[in-house]
Design a protein around this ligand. Structure first.
Ligand code: MRU
Length: 363
């Protein structure tokens, strides 16, 4: 088996932005607090898995792949710093940690995928009955998930860039860049790859109410890369497509099921409608770890967040009266008929998704 701590060195060139990592010397998990971006770049660190859960819940860390990878490192912290002296005690602590981390955000499938994968490794390692072996295995698995995420993103970028032409104007919604993953990004990773290949593209990003992942995080990432962009409000994609100002849309996903139904940031469905009505491609880019192997869209849990996210900007500036009734679902579901293709690290899946996605996830 390869050493993930060595493997990561191969991807340094793609990690101009390092959103999260394991500090081997301090034996701590480190992440960039995305709530403060674009105004401040503050890294936070912890040895406490509960703090990781809190960071996910409060959206210091957000974006489905970043949530999954961080939860895996949360498990590594739980294993490393558990005071248990027996295998049963350690497994009990790890079960508690898994439950706690799984409760942080309900839609991001990568969270459950990563926790299940770590759990499988824990069970394998515990067969020998050695506590130290289990502790090391959890960190090793978390590191593997971390490195794979970056590797998959770069691969998705390479594959997806084939769909982007020189001169394309690309509309995106929510942040799917380095800040939403272990590094490089999914949909924004495709954009980034096309830019690295020398394609002269222009990004149109929505602001992405209510948490403003577009206005804050995309703007910060695109500026850092020097990729030209225009910021629009969430109500504008219809007009932008109608006026012929965008050539395609590309977004990420929090959860995709085998039928192709895709849960992503609230407003994605409207972007898909606008692109389709104007006969422009609407692409989804996501690693296969985002795909849940079920066929019933009602299995997709849609997170509803604090109404104050809508009443105030960034929890600080009120934009309405304090007691107004609010509906604040964090995600919507785009039906497969509106999705031109789904870009993954393995290949581009085309309709009918029930066939192409099933092929992708079957072992
Ligand atoms: O609420 P968020 O910021 O976690 O939502 C993020 C999204 O909707 C992203 O598009 C999705 O997680 C894919 S990130 C590569």
């Amino acid at each position: 088996m390869t050493d993930p701590f060595k493997e990561i060195e191969k991807y340094e060139e793609f990690l101009r932005i390092k959103p999260l990592y394991w500090d081997q010397k301090a034996e701590e998990f480190v992440w960039l607090d995305t709530r403060l971006i674009p105004f401040e770049e503050v890294y936070r660190r912890t040895k406490d898995y509960k703090r990781v859960g809190e960071a996910i819940r409060s959206m210091e860390i957000r974006g489905a792949p970043a949530i999954g990878v961080s939860a895996a490192f949360g498990m590594a912290l739980a294993a490393k710093y558990s005071r248990a002296t027996t295998l049963e005690g350690l497994l009990g602590d790890l079960e508690d940690a898994k439950k706690y981390l799984a409760s942080t955000r309900p839609t991001a499938y990568n969270l459950f995928w990563a926790l299940d994968r770590v759990w499988k490794r824990i069970l394998e390692a515990s067969e020998k009955g050695d506590l130290e072996e289990v502790r090391e295995a959890v960190l090793d698995e978390a590191m593997r998930i971390y490195v794979e995420d970056i590797k998959n993103n770069v691969e998705m970028g390479r594959i997806g860039s084939k769909l982007i032409d020189d001169g394309d104007r690309i509309l995106t919604h929510c942040n799917t860049g380095a800040l939403a993953t272990a590094g490089f990004g999914t949909a924004l990773g495709v954009v980034r790859y096309a830019w690295y290949e020398g394609k002269k593209i222009h990004v149109i990003t929505t602001e992405t109410r209510p948490v403003l992942q577009g206005a804050r995080l995309n703007v910060w990432e695109l500026k850092k890369e020097g990729i030209p962009f225009t910021l629009i409000t969430d109500g504008m994609p219809g007009l932008v497509f109608m006026k012929g100002m965008a050539d395609l849309a590309i977004v990420g996903a929090d959860r995709i099921i085998l039928t192709g139904h895709t849960a992503n940031k609230i407003g994605t469905y409207m972007v898909a409608l606008a692109a389709n009505d104007n006969e422009k491609p609407f692409y989804v880019a996501a690693p296969t770890s985002t795909i849940q192997a079920v066929t019933d869209p009602s299995e997709i849990v849609i997170e509803e967040r604090d109404p104050d996210e809508v009443r105030k900007v960034m929890g600080k500036y009120p934009i309405t009266l304090p007691d107004v009734n609010v509906y604040n679902p964090s995600f919507d579901i785009t039906p497969p008929k509106l999705i031109t293709a789904i870009i993954t690290e393995k290949k581009i899946a085309y309709p009918p998704y029930i066939k192409s996605l099933r092929e992708l996830v079957s072992p």
